[in-house]
Design a protein around this ligand. Structure first.
Ligand code: UT7
Length: 323
């Protein structure tokens, strides 16, 4: 049985760090409030010349290096982003060109904070379906450019960055001991659209718009939705919470991360947290966290790794893979 195995990973972050203390001088907020309510201490903000594509390219190059591959070895590029540099062409095509890759194909996936889980699921389907041997999966965002910097309820939460992995087709035995993606679970429900959305777009206002969120409402749904897809992942593979070596959640809020881990029965020592450093980077948050734990030696070959996310739409999903 063909499995999609992680061959390499990499990240790119903007140069500029924005601390909670700096935000205190921009809106009516405090370091205490931000840390207590979210766990965020700083975030990276894209500066001049830094775009979703430039960050995505940086993460892609790092992932290719780690895998010992070049763009010539890649068949497909999938970029998860809700902050494309242009309405079209896709950011993925821009990154493809920046990598000097003129074969294969590239496209974007838009599922907001669940984007990386959606992109990995899509890549896995291409690989298992025999349409691609190696897929570069990138989560890249510049949410700073769609924030209302006068709205303290949102502007303190988000940051910019990119993370990437290379998924490669490898032969597995077809058991849950195989390396690679073991199951993917996706959900969406557009009834929740108004709780987290951008108030503009090419076909409505003709402008980019700003992010709007009823944070408390999103919070109320998050833990239940995450639990739903994680339990489905366990049902599909025969694993339980005790089998998980690392939970790598979407990094929106430390309280949501802790609440989900507690409800699932996964001890906090097994949870990768980077929200303190990056804030909420939407589709980039999982690959940023994955790379942090893989490069410092926490995630090792053979470990069972659970990814989960929930965000605008609402969309939510999980990926269970063996590293
Ligand atoms: O990434 C995908 C999805 N996004 C999320 O998962 C985000 C989910 N939501 C959250 O993380 C939390 O709801 C927030 C961090 C956004 C807010 O935390 P909360 O504990 O739900 O706070 P709240 O919205 O209930 O607000 C509590 C108070 C309010 O004041 P009053 O009405 O109690 O007087 C807010 O006006 O905190 C106030 N507040 C702030 N105070 C200082 C809101 N934002 C700030 C701020 N600084 N930045």
């Amino acid at each position: 049985m063909i499995r999609s195995v992680v061959r390499g990973f990499g990240i790119a972050l903007p140069k500029r760090v924005l601390t909670n203390a700096e935000l205190e001088s921009m809106v009516d907020t405090s370091d205490d409030w931000i840390v207590q309510r979210t766990g965020i201490r700083q975030r990276y903000i894209a500066g001049e010349g830094e775009t979703t594509a430039s960050l995505g390219e940086g993460a892609a190059r790092a992932a290719l290096d780690k895998a010992g591959l070049t763009a010539a070895d890649i068949d497909v590029i999938i970029v998860a982003t809700s902050t494309p540099d242009n309405t079209f062409p896709a950011t993925a095509v821009n990154i493809q060109n920046r990598l000097g890759m003129h074969h294969g194909f590239a496209f974007d996936v838009q599922a907001v904070c669940s984007g990386f889980v959606y992109a990995v699921t899509t890549a896995d389907a291409y690989i298992r379906g025999g349409l691609a041997k190696r897929v570069l999966v990138i989560g890249a965002e510049t949410f700073s450019r769609i924030l209302d910097w006068t709205d303290r309820t949102t502007c303190v939460l988000f940051g910019d960055g990119a993370g990437a992995i290379v998924l490669e087709a490898q032969e597995g035995a077809g058991t849950n001991q195989d390396r690679g993606v073991l199951t993917t679970q996706l959900r969406s429900d557009g009834a929740h659209r108004e709780k987290l959305y951008v108030d503009g777009g090419p076909s409505t206002t003709g402008t980019v718009g700003h992010l709007r969120m009823e944070g408390r409402e999103v919070f109320k749904h998050a833990v239940g939705m995450i639990t739903d897809v994680v339990v489905s992942s366990f049902d599909a593979t025969g694993f339980s919470a005790d089998d998980i070596d690392w939970l790598v959640p979407h990094q929106a809020n430390k309280r949501i991360i802790d609440g989900s881990a507690k409800k699932l029965g996964i001890p906090l020592e097994k949870v990768v947290v980077t929200v303190d450093l990056h804030g909420n980077t939407s589709a980039a948050s999982i690959p940023l966290a994955l790379a942090a734990a893989a490069s410092d030696g926490r995630i090792k070959e053979g470990d069972l790794v659970l990814l989960e996310a929930m965000g605008g739409g609402f969309t939510w999903g999980a990926v269970l893979l063996r590293w």
